[in-house]
Ligand binder design. Structure first.
Ligand SMILES: CC(C)(COP(=O)(O)OP(=O)(O)OC[C@H]1O[C@@H](n2cnc3c(N)ncnc32)[C@H](O)[C@@H]1OP(=O)(O)O)[C@@H](O)C(=O)NCCC(=O)NCCS
Length: 189
């Protein structure tokens, strides 16, 4: 199976997630302030994290793109994940990201998202990239705003959570036209 490309920005490197990322990933995936904000249950053991990584890798068999690990270049530590999931070839995908709380507040999700969105429009030729976030997730909504995604509205009862509850979810998106307009205006940095 073809690996994801390696994407490099000023402070981070994005590459395919690997099983050896498990201990760095478990460090944050076990925390209650991380997964539930993104719709998944905190991990209870390192072996669960390893199983989740295998699940991520397995998605490629079903035509999905796979998951990037976010590597902090200064110390080579895996500090989060980012992906374009729910991929529909030549049409659209959904952006998802998680950062280790030790690294929150430094604009890393924005830096990673911009790189992945550029890849999605320029290499995958997507027409639309969306990002869904719970209305209560101020941090993720700020990320969407800072990237410059357009707020499209609240999908009422739009999300089936891991615990079986149904939740409202905010929808943000960017189209290829918007993206290339920003490149043209030199406002995509
Ligand atoms: C959402 C998330 C990826 C943002 O990552 P990040 O790299 O910290 O993003 P930013 O540095 O751009 O910060 C975004 C906002 O978070 C808030 N924030 C920053 N540092 C924070 C901290 N230490 N604690 C709580 N909130 C903080 C601020 O409101 C900030 O917005 P601002 O720049 O306008 O002040 C991260 O919070 C996370 O992993 N959350 C849990 C998983 C999740 O919610 N994923 C998204 C699912 S849709």
């Amino acid at each position: 199976m073809e690996k994801l490309p390696v994407l490099i920005t000023e402070r981070i490197l994005l590459r395919e997630i690997e099983e050896y990322d498990a201990s760095d990933m478990y460090e944050y995936a076990r925390l209650p302030m991380v997964g539930p904000n993104a719709g998944w249950q905190p991990h209870v053991s390192l072996s669960e994290t390893k199983a989740v990584i295998r699940l991520f890798q397995g998605k490629k068999k079903y035509g999905q793109l796979g998951v990037f690990s976010i590597i902090w270049r200064e110390n080579n530590k895996m500090i989060g994940t980012i992906e374009l999931h729910s991929y529909v070839r030549n049409h659209k995908a959904e952006l998802g990201y998680t950062i280790n709380p030790e690294y929150w507040g430094r604009g890393i999700a924005v830096e990673a998202s911009k790189k992945v969105i550029s890849w999605g429009f320029e290499k995958l030729l997507l027409k639309r990239i969306e990002c869904m976030t719970f209305p209560s997730n101020i941090q993720s909504r700020r990320v969407c705003e800072k990237i410059g995604l357009t707020y499209e509205g609240l999908k009422r009862k739009g999300y089936l959570n891991y615990d079986g509850t149904i939740k409202d979810i905010d929808c943000y998106a960017i189209t290829d036209d918007e993206y290339f307009q920003r490149i043209y205006e030199n406002s995509w940095r």
